[in-house]
Write a protein that binds this ligand. Structure first.
Ligand code: SAM
Length: 437
């Protein structure tokens, strides 16, 4: 038996002419919360449901509502968040039945307690979560000053930052984006679709199309990427490119798939560097900036451009001549290969120190975490925390290993000067320098 709020929602959609006895799928209680279950066999790429534009909630909806005049200067997502909060407080909202099927929160780390967050000690996910919360607090206090306080008659009193976090969490976990002409849109019913790691492609899951020859309305059309038997849950792939840290922040779940494990190395050209200006010029000429962010993924090689960028940052001493303007066209190419023993040694040391320092920030080892997972019966947030801890530590160990191996090769690598002499034909077969023949 469906919960009352879900039954009212389904009836409302029926009254709107959006669903009928012939609809391919319906809401149901599933392990992921609510979800969509097939009412008959659904073929691959077959339409699961179609929702007309008048039921979408987007920045346009906010702009056309009573608060529309206040939305002009707001970021699109903030205007939708404000719209949702206002409707949520309004008992007579036209969106009541929809609002009543929205969850109060998800397992996204923005909703975790201090105690739960403590389980993320050492992770980038923790700093991303704290960063997101701080950003939201700032956005909310701006909203309070600029919109809520000056327009007290339009809003119920007592709107708090928690309401704002709720709205952010809702949008982050269920708004569709990257749609034709629509950056951010909530689509009732379609937003009950859950994610399945087994579905490897995002292709063809949904599209916007015209409602028909005699209609100017648009339809959001959700398709099943795979065949689903009657009674089975319909799923899609949310985003193949998100890391576990991103999935955890956006949706409150992670995957076991190793290539979702990633760690972002941040490398910076310091302003105190005597060659700051020259290095920045070179970086910018080659599509980089003062700070480089490199996402390293478990089981994959270092991202393109990373070694070049660190070699540039570490350049100095007797290698500084490479920063001179006569090299400006060729420097980026030279940096693809080791520049000098001291430069290569420095980058190994700096990266390994960074890895070790990051690893020392964790409270548990991978083995301890794995044991906790094996013991089982964990609360979903605890399980998520442990999986993210393991993932980040594995990637850090992998990066450390790459540079440890490199350190052992320092004497065998070929550096700029030797390559240069070879190019000039001044190095013999045995590596001896030839002064004359
Ligand atoms: N289950 C949602 C509900 O009850 O409203 C509907 C889907 S909504 C677009 C996305 C949210 O569903 C996520 O934030 C997460 O809470 C849940 N979810 C979706 N796929 C999941 C999965 N594979 N594992 C765990 N939770 C999932």
């Amino acid at each position: 038996e469906l919960p009352e709020n879900v039954r009212s929602f389904w009836k409302w959609l029926g009254d709107q002419g959006v669903v009928s006895a012939k609809s391919a799928a319906e809401p149901a209680v599933v392990p992921e919360g609510l979800g969509l279950v097939a009412r008959r066999d659904i073929g691959r790429n077959e339409v699961v449901l179609e929702i007309p534009k008048r039921l979408w909630i987007s920045p346009e909806t906010a702009a056309a509502s009573k608060i529309g005049a206040l939305c002009g200067g707001l970021k699109p997502w903030v205007s939708v968040a404000l719209f949702l909060i206002r409707e949520k407080y309004d008992e007579d909202s036209a969106w009541r039945v929809y609002l009543d099927v929205l969850p109060e929160s998800t397992d996204s780390t923005i909703f975790w307690s201090e105690e739960e967050l403590a389980e993320l000690k050492g992770t980038q996910l923790l700093s991303n979560t704290l960063g997101a919360k701080e950003y939201l607090e700032n956005e909310f206090s701006k909203l309070e000053q600029e919109i809520l306080k000056p327009n007290k008659d339009m809003f119920p009193s007592g709107i708090t930052v928690d309401d704002f976090m709720w709205a952010f969490g809702i949008l982050r976990s269920r708004a569709f984006s990257r749609l034709r002409g629509q950056d951010l849109v909530l689509i009732p019913l379609a937003d009950l679709i859950n994610h399945n790691p087994e579905i490897k492609t995002e292709d063809y899951a949904y599209e916007i199309k015209g409602a028909g020859l005699f209609s100017r309305d648009l339809l959001f059309s959700l398709k099943s990427p795979v065949y689903v038997k009657a009674g089975g849950q319909v799923y899609i792939q949310y985003d193949v490119n998100k890391s576990n840290a991103e999935l955890a922040l956006d949706y409150g779940f992670v995957e076991s798939n190793p290539n979702r494990n990633s760690y972002t190395l941040t490398i910076e050209i310091l302003e105190s560097d005597p060659f700051f200006g020259d290095k920045l010029d070179i970086a910018e000429t080659n599509g980089m900036a003062e700070t480089g962010y490199f996402d390293i993924v478990e089981g994959q090689s270092l991202p393109a451009g990373m070694l070049q960028y660190i070699r540039l940052v570490a350049l100095g001493g007797s290698d500084a001549f490479l920063l001179e303007s006569i090299f400006s066209n060729t420097i980026w190419g030279h940096l693809e290969l080791p520049v000098s023993r001291s430069n290569e040694e420095l980058i190994c040391r700096v990266v390994r120190d960074a890895c070790k320092s990051a690893l020392s920030g964790f409270a548990t080892t991978i083995e301890e975490d794995e044991k906790l997972l094996e013991e089982g019966k964990l609360d979903p947030r605890m399980e998520l925390a442990i999986k993210v801890r393991i993932g980040e530590k594995k990637v850090l160990q992998q990066i450390d290993q790459i540079f440890k191996d490199r350190e052992l090769e320092l004497d065998l690598l070929e550096y700029y000067q030797e390559r240069r002499l070879k190019d000039l034909g001044l190095v013999g077969e045995q590596g001896e320098i030839i002064f004359w023949e």
